[in-house]
Design a protein around this ligand. Sequence first.
Ligand code: RIB
Length: 316
Amino acid sequence: MDERLVVVGSLNMDLSVTVPRLPRPGETVSGADVVRGPGGKGGNQAVAAARLGARVRMVGLLGDDAHGVELRAALTAEGIDDSAVGTLPDTASGLALIVVQHDGENTITLSPGANHHLDEATLRSLTEGLVANSADTVLLQLEVPLPTVLAAAREARAAGALTVLNAAPLPGPGPLPAELLRAVDVLIVNETEAAGLLGLPDVPSGGRDEDWTARADQLRRLGPGTVVVTLGAAGAVAADARGPLTEPGFPVDAVDAVGAGDAFCAQLAIALGLGSPLAESVRRACAAGAVAATRRGAQNALPTRAEVDSLLAATP
Ligand code: RIB
């Protein structure tokens, strides 16, 4: 039986420009032609999950504009159930302005548009009151309002679904609501988000593994039974009740990291939802992220199950 997964989250149109190096504040840098394509952490994770073999339902909000039409078509083209994706009149769809450096590093500026109107009442009306209706797994991110994420997490937990939160992007300084972290089974963060949640100063990437496993364990004490910290090209660390583990990742020629984290989250949620051990799930998730990083764009870059299998098979 395929995993049944519900994604509650954002849908954005991405406008992306590749540049030789990211501009500093006040600086102008010329880049390549603009590339437009469907994105948004919610939409990306839904599309990744569908390509990786799950049966997916998306819950979200679009504006009544041309981007909204395209974003919905991108979901249905993957066989995703869009019956809980609403269209809001007189509102723009979410838009992301992305700058990608030649080695794949990027910055993203968001105009949330309709995503920010996904309040709890709208969530209830879109899902007829049942977010986790017969879902095995509910996958959440933070590009829609926090109270909505909390309501979805509460319901997923009460319905017995595996509740997975990718705490990205963090809404700002200060902790996330304690209740949200306690309602989550699996928390996925990158290094910056891990530091933010622990109230640490921003940390440079590429720290020692033992620092990150210790931090994953510290995050577990905030509530989630399983915590995974992604480390970009260096793989990921994770901790659950059995202890910490490290996955070194897959050496690939990365050209664009946008969407890599989303592929990781979707694959991890599917594997854990199917009952795979944490180490195997994190390894599969790293492989999914690695494939996504070798291609430009967000949804355009997301891998299929066969591509993940073949990278795993090719890497002892
Ligand atoms: O995770 C990548 C996504 O973040 C992009 O597709 C962009 O839309 C932003 O939401």
